[in-house]
Design a binder for this molecule. Structure first.
Ligand code: SF4
Ligand code: SF4
Length: 80
């Protein structure tokens, strides 16, 4: 039987984000990218970019490393 991978997802509050991209740097699966639209503070916020094309073992696991490192508490993590 195939090994079941842990499932997670995140939301990033684009108005809280100050564009430091620490979250993008630490995500082990490279699921966070830079938005091409400015937020109201004038930063390009981080965006969660998981797609269906991503291989199962490179999807979000809900590990919360991104949320832990975010200095602006802009990331919420959901598991399951
Ligand atoms: S770590 Fe937080 S503030 Fe920095 S880019 Fe990511 S969401 Fe934005
Ligand atoms: S919870 Fe983990 S896998 Fe999911 S986006 Fe954040 S760092 Fe990446």
């Amino acid at each position: 039987m195939a090994k079941k991978t842990k499932k997670g997802r995140i939301t990033i509050d684009r108005e809280l984000c100050k564009g430091c991209y620490l979250c993008a740097w630490v995500c082990p699966n490279h699921l966070i990218e830079v938005s091409d639209k400015l937020n109201q503070k004038g930063y390009y916020p981080a965006e969660f970019k998981e797609t269906d094309e991503k291989e199962e073992n490179h999807k979000c696991t809900g590990c919360a490393i991104c949320a832990t490192i975010c200095p602006d508490i802009a990331i919420e993590v959901y598991r399951g």
